[in-house]
Design a protein around this ligand. Sequence first.
Ligand code: ZN
Ligand code: ZN
Length: 143
Amino acid sequence: MQKATYEFISKQLNDRILEWRKCSQCTEEFPIFQKDQEMLEKIAPTVGGKKQLFATSEFCPDCRARQRLVRRNERNFYSRTSSLSGKKIFSLYSPDAERLNKKPKRELHLRTCDKCATEMISVYPQNADFKVYCEACYNKEVY
Ligand SMILES: [Zn+2]
Ligand SMILES: [Zn+2]
């Protein structure tokens, strides 16, 4: 997005631009809005009497939107221990992202494709009562 577009948004929303950052991916400049900063301060946990601020994004809104799409393809996941079951699981979101977005937890399962038996990671467990295909089989089925 153009700098002028951000400035327009800033005026429309009456949200001050605190600083400009360079996106680590496309190197375009994007603003940190006052409300973004306030939000970060609001959700920051206090550790030992000190506010622990989450880092503001290093990516522009366009790249962030693209990254969300990539994540939906389940290519980015994080291995960690489930707070629900205590078992090792895969998550689509980093622990930080989960805290920030308060997204409902989607746990991923290591399972095999119902067609070619390739090992894969899916949001559906092996015992789901419907067929789950790997990406290759899925694409063959659809196209
Ligand atoms: Zn970018
Ligand atoms: Zn398959």
